[in-house]
Write a protein that binds this ligand. Structure first.
Ligand code: SAM
Length: 226
C-alpha cells in the first residue's frame, strides 16, 4: 500500500486546522492505521539514516564494544512508532520517547514488547516539568515541521529546554531555501532561520547541513555549565 495514507493525512489535517485544534489529526491518522483502513503512517523499521550515520560517525573513535550511550539519557520527540528510540536504546542510552498520539505510543509498545524504552504519551506543547534539562541527547525528527505556525513557534523552545548541560540536540526537517517557512502543508518545509532558532537563548548551533538536498540536519549543543 506504500504511502496510501498521505492523502488521508491531508484531509484529516485540513479538518483539524478548520476546527482550531491543529494537532488533532495525528492520533486519528494512526487510529486508521491501527484499524487497517490505511497502511500505518510514518512506518519505518529502521532509524532515520541521517541519525544512524551521525551516531556511527561519533561512535567511530570508541574502543571496541563500547556503546556511545552508556550512562547517558536520550529523549525522542514525536517518536511515532519507535524506530529511532529503539536505535538509541541499542546504543546504550537510557531512552525516553514520547508522542502526542496514544495510538502511536500503544503501537510502539506492542511492536517492541522487550523494549527498555520508556514510551510516553505527552504533548510537546506542555511537556512534563521533570524533563527540563534532563537529557544528554534529544532527537527531533519531523515533528515541528508537521505543525503549522501556530503552534510551531510555541513548540520549538520546549525542545531546547530538554537538553542537559553539555548535552546535544539532533534535529531533521524538510528544507526550504526561502527565508520563511512554507505556509502550506503538512509538511511545512523549514527555513535555515527556523532551524537555527532551535538554539533558543541557551544552545549553540554546531552544524546545519543538508546531507540530502531536501533535508536539514542540525546539531546543537548546550554549554557544559548550564
Ligand atoms: C511526521 S510524524 C514523524 C514521526 C517520527 N518522528 C518519524 O520520523 O517517523 C510527526 C510525529 O509527531 C507527533 N506529534 C505531533 N505533534 C506533537 C506534539 N505536540 N507533541 C508530541 N508529539 C507530536 C505525531 O503524532 C507524529 O508521530
Amino acid at each position: 500500500m506504500g504511502r496510501d495514507w498521505d492523502e488521508r493525512a491531508g484531509v484529516l489535517a485540513a479538518e483539524a486546522y478548520a476546527s482550531g485544534d491543529p494537532n488533532a489529526w495525528f492520533d486519528r491518522l494512526y487510529g486508521e492505521g491501527v484499524a487497517g483502513s490505511i497502511s500505518m503512517p510514518w512506518d519505518r523499521g529502521a532509524p532515520h539514516p541521517l541519525l544512524s550515520d551521525w551516531a556511527a560517525a561519533r561512535a567511530a573513535g570508541l574502543a571496541d564494544g563500547a556503546r556511545p550511550g552508556e550512562g547517558r539519557r536520550a529523549l525522542v520527540v514525536g517518536c511515532g512508532l519507535g524506530a529511532d528510540a529503539e536505535y538509541l536504546s541499542s546504543l546504550g542510552f537510557a531512552t525516553t520517547a514520547f508522542d502526542l498520539s496514544p495510538n502511536a505510543v500503544a503501537t510502539a509498545r506492542s511492536r517492541h514488547p522487550e523494549s527498555e524504552v520508556d514510551y510516553r504519551v505527552a504533548d510537546l506543547l506542555a511537556p512534563p516539568a521533570e524533563w527540563a534539562g534532563a537529557f544528554d541527547l534529544v532527537v527531533e525528527i519531523f515533528t515541528i515541521q508537521a505543525m503549522p505556525d501556530p503552534p510551531r513557534s510555541q513548540a520549538i523552545p520546549n525542545i531546547a529546554g530538554f537538553v542537559a548541560p553539555g548535552g546535544t540536540l539532533f534535529a531533521v526537517a524538510f528544507r526550504t531555501d526561502s527565508d520563511v517557512d512554507e505556509t502550506t502543508g503538512p509538511p511545512f518545509a523549514l527555513s535555515a532561520a527556523t532551524m537555527r532558532s532551535l538554539a533558543g537563548d541557551r544552545l549553540e548551533v554546531k552544524g546545519l547541513e543538508s546531507p540530502r538536498p531536501e533535508l536539514w540536519r542540525a546539531v546543537l549543543r548546550a554549554p557544559a555549565g548550564g
